[in-house]
Ligand binder design. Structure first.
Ligand SMILES: *[C@@H]1O[C@H](CO)[C@@H](O)[C@H](O)[C@H]1NC(C)=O
Ligand SMILES: *[C@@H]1O[C@H](CO)[C@@H](O)[C@H](O)[C@H]1NC(C)=O
Ligand SMILES: *[C@@H]1O[C@H](CO)[C@@H](O)[C@H](O)[C@H]1NC(C)=O
Ligand SMILES: *[C@@H]1O[C@H](CO)[C@@H](O)[C@H](O)[C@H]1NC(C)=O
Ligand SMILES: *[C@@H]1O[C@H](CO)[C@@H](O)[C@H](O)[C@H]1NC(C)=O
Ligand SMILES: *[C@@H]1O[C@H](CO)[C@@H](O)[C@H](O)[C@H]1NC(C)=O
Ligand SMILES: *[C@@H]1O[C@H](CO)[C@@H](O)[C@H](O)[C@H]1NC(C)=O
Length: 753
């Protein structure tokens, strides 16, 4: 259980408490509801586009009245009418009422509301966007980036509006005065919060203010101002900045410390953001992804796409498990996390002179040369607590034997450092079986080592009468990079065999960005560390890096479609090594994003929203199940089919699933590229591993004009693999001109068992 950010994942500490709380709430609910049917929130999509606001709202109440029996009951149960970019409403319904609504002619679909969870300086230089990068400032100041997150910290230096003019004239959104939030400026031009279930969140504030830190961090990574001498207690010191420091920020708070992020709030925020006029949406939320047509982020982003807005999402922190990638719709740009060339390490020295390097952020300087050290397993409170003491769980250790000492603990749950400190211990060495590539922040002297080193430490403790050790303050060390972060969710895409996800990798390990002063660095009991900047890890941190690059590209090419921007980012990515990252494209997609090259991709794989609808039909979705995306009553899927090719999508990557058996698997991919550079000739280069044959026709593309389109066909033939395990083979197609390299990964995989 790595503590990485996928919005509000700091909550993972208290996971079990939350389950208890939920259970309690459920029990109370069922007591209250006895004799009456339980009602839950549902989202009801109507088949047509909204007319005027007033008539749409009237229609919603009318429909609801027909199942509720009265207009009064309808008005009581409706919580939101979505009328701006799509036609839907959210209401509290019984199961029967939901079923009755589904039967109505006007209704396209009904989905239960679910809850999602929350998944520097250096990183921009590392991926090649230095302070001195070429900028189109006039247009960059007109770019509006929207974030759905935990809110923002308006006092942060990252969000000062020095040098910015009034909001761009296209801005349609609003910003008011809220509790603990004194309003916007010319940097943060929009701020709203969404909490439609009506229940207050005891640990949060009904306001766009960020009491968690996550939203402040992602916003400043995307579009924060330059802040010199930013650091976490002197660590990671440098100039903190976003990708587009002159762009404007619109904040949509949909995630709450205790209750997470509800579908109906996410939809309301996306409905608003779409008509507010944002250019780019960054959503570091996940955890409840289902299919392409019921997931709130997927549905809301599709409506944004129709208005030309590109949406970037985090891939999730469920890695390295295969098939764990979330937010995997074809119209989303799904971002995996990679590591940069910096780690935070602490030296641990034992009394016998041996020393090791542990990973983690420890801001404390030791006062003594050595401290006595014990193993948690040896200092249990009593014989019953012995098993828990091994992991240093709360109430398992004997304070008398811990006071004044360091303790070695096996990693069980987060917060061993807080437990040890709480009963008078000096510090903690945590032995972890996980792959250690991210630095956790500790609230007391502590570090993390792998179990091999842990065993060495335990052996030493038992080898001498008065074992001693010391943990030094963390330091930065250089490591080789980029690498796919161990926690970053992996493909293959559970939503489709024909679509590679994640799309791209961006820095998401130990990222320094702005933070809130309303929460300590760890959020743990007894933590007295507060800082305006902090280090966080997660695909949540990778997503705003990619969103920032999308905004950067848009500031040079304001008319490009979301698909064109996405293509530019993917085809110019720096290939990553499958020798270092064994899950290959399933870990990093097209590779590490490369902002400077993304500005000038040469060719783009463009498409409009109907291409995605065609893809959904091809994937077997029924015409009626996808109608709410388009805002019509039904779609005639057979008018598209058959014969557009293997995946029916003009996507910048290709994926082929090998069939079992003796026959080779063949995939035919039809693609069309648009020339966004000068007149040129492009020649194809294919790279294919053994057992895979790839041909492309034609092998040269001639462009005599800007924006000219050319089609080609790729045939991939893969021999059956003998192996009985999971196989992923990496190939690629590169279109090369004298000026440009346009690369598409081609992935061939098998899940045989
Ligand atoms: C739409 O109607 C609702 C309810 O009548 C109202 O609260 C809201 O402000 C209206 N929105 C717009 C954009 O007119
Ligand atoms: C929010 O504002 C209220 C009222 O001014 C104040 O009492 C409270 O301490 C503030 N909370 C935070 C976290 O700043
Ligand atoms: C930089 O920050 C550090 C710690 O935050 C502080 O001690 C130092 O005075 C600052 N230096 C400058 C030049 O502002
Ligand atoms: C701004 O709001 C108006 C009125 O609600 C709407 O007609 C217009 O399309 C909106 N602008 C954008 C960019 O969506
Ligand atoms: C543990 O860390 C040490 C030192 O970094 C390394 O040599 C060893 O291979 C690691 N063991 C495992 C199981 O990762
Ligand atoms: C759907 O499209 C097919 C092919 O174009 C056509 O034959 C069929 O009549 C259409 N069905 C409906 C209900 O419009
Ligand atoms: C493309 O191929 C043609 C014919 O094989 C060759 O003349 C030309 O130099 C090639 N162009 C590039 C950019 O490699």
């Amino acid at each position: 259980m790595a503590k990485v950010r996928f919005l509000c994942s700091a909550l993972t500490y208290h996971h079990h408490h939350h389950h208890l709380l939920l259970l309690l709430i459920l029990i109370i609910l069922s007591i209250v509801a006895s004799g009456e049917e339980t009602k839950n929130f549902y989202i009801v999509y109507l088949g047509d586009s909204p007319g005027s606001n007033d008539s749409a709202v009237q229609t919603h109440i009318g429909l609801l009245s027909s199942v509720k029996g009265s207009e009064h009951d309808a008005k009581e149960s409706i919580v939101y009418s979505y009328t701006k970019s799509f036609n839907a409403f959210a209401a509290k319904l019984s199961k029967d009422e939901a079923e009755m609504l589904k039967e109505l002619d006007e209704v396209a679909s009904v989905f239960p509301n679910r809850y999602h969870k929350v998944h520097t300086t250096k990183s921009w230089d590392f991926i090649g966007l230095p302070l001195t990068a070429r900028r189109n400032l006039k247009l960059e100041r007109n770019i509006i980036v929207g974030l759905l997150d935990t809110g923002i910290t308006p006092q942060s230096e990252s969000f000062k509006d020095d040098g910015l003019g009034p909001p761009p004239s296209k801005w349609n959104g609003t910003c008011g005065h809220f509790a603990n939030f004194s309003g916007c400026n010319r940097k943060i031009i929009g701020a709203k919060y969404f909490k439609l279930d009506g229940n207050p969140d005891p640990d949060d504030i009904l306001s766009p203010i960020d009491v968690d830190g996550h939203g402040t961090h992602t916003s400043s990574t995307l579009a924060g101002n330059l802040v010199r001498n930013a650091s976490l207690y002197g660590l990671a010191k440098g100039t903190a900045r976003g990708a587009v420091p002159s762009a404007r920020i619109a904040v949509y708070k949909v995630c709450w410390v205790s209750s997470g992020c509800a579908d109906m709030d996410i939809l309301a925020a996306l409905d608003d953001a779409t008509s507010d006029g944002v250019d780019v949406l960054s959503i570091s939320i996940g955890g409840a992804t289902q299919d392409y047509v019921t997931d709130s982020i997927s549905v809301g982003a599709f409506h944004a796409l129709k208005k030309g807005i590109i949406t970037l999402v985090s891939a999730g922190n469920e890695g390295p498990n295969l098939g764990s990638v979330s937010n995997h719709s074809p119209w989303l740009l799904t971002v995996a996390a990679s590591g940069i060339d910096r780690q935070f390490r602490s030296i641990v020295k034992l009394g016998n002179g041996e020393s090791f390097s542990g990973i983690g952020i420890d801001t404390f300087k030791p006062k003594e040369n050595f401290y006595p050290i014990v193993s948690g397993a040896d200092v249990a409170m009593n014989s019953e607590s012995k098993e828990n003491a091994k992991f240093c769980y709360d109430n398992s250790l004997d304070p008398g034997k811990v006071k004044g000492r360091l303790v070695y603990c096996r990693l069980g749950q987060w917060g061993a450092d807080s437990v040890v400190k709480g009963i008078g211990g000096i510090g903690t060495i945590v032995g972890s079986e996980q792959f250690l590539d991210t630095a956790q922040i500790f609230m007391a002297p502590a570090t993390m080592v792998n179990v091999t080193l842990g065993e060495t430490i335990e052996k030493y403790i038992h080898s001498t009468r008065s074992p001693s050790a010391v943990i030094y303050r963390s330091q930065e060390v250089k490591v080789s990079a980029p690498f796919a972060a161990s926690f970053s969710s992996r493909g293959p895409n559970p939503g489709s065999q024909h679509l590679l996800k994640p799309d791209i990798a961006a820095p998401g390990v130990d990222i320094l960005a702005a933070y809130t002063l309303l929460k300590s660095l760890t959020g743990q009991k007894g933590d007295t560390q507060y800082s305006k900047f902090t280090l966080m890890s997660g695909t949540s941190m990778a997503c705003p890096h990619a969103a920032g690059v999308a905004a950067y590209v848009k500031s040079f090419h304001p008319t490009w479609s979301p698909a064109a921007i996405k293509s530019a980012i993917m085809t110019t990515a720096k290939p990553m090594s499958r020798r270092v990252n064994k899950d290959a494209e399933f870990a990093y997609g097209a590779g590490q994003l490369n902002p400077a090259r993304a500005l000038n991709p040469g060719l783009v794989y463009d498409m409009d929203e109907m291409s995605y609808i065609q893809f959904l039909c091809h994937e077997g979705y029924s015409g009626s199940s996808i109608a709410h995306l388009v805002g019509t009553k039904s779609i005639n899927c057979s008018s598209f089919l058959p014969g557009f090719g293997y995946d029916a999508l003009n996507y910048p990557s290709m994926q082929l699933n090998m069939e079992n058996g003796q026959q080779p698997t063949v995939g035919v991919f039809r693609r069309r590229v648009t020339n966004v550079g000068p007149p040129s000739v492009y020649n194809a280069t294919i790279k294919a591993p053994k057992g895979v044959q790839i041909t492309v026709k034609p092998t040269s593309l001639f462009f005599t004009r800007h924006l000219q389109k050319r089609s080609f066909k790729v045939v991939v033939k893969a021999k059956p693999v003998a192996s009985t395990t999971f196989t992923v083979l990496s190939a690629s197609l590169v279109w090369k001109s004298t000026r440009h390299i346009v690369r598409s990964p081609i992935v061939i995989y098998s899940l045989q068992d």
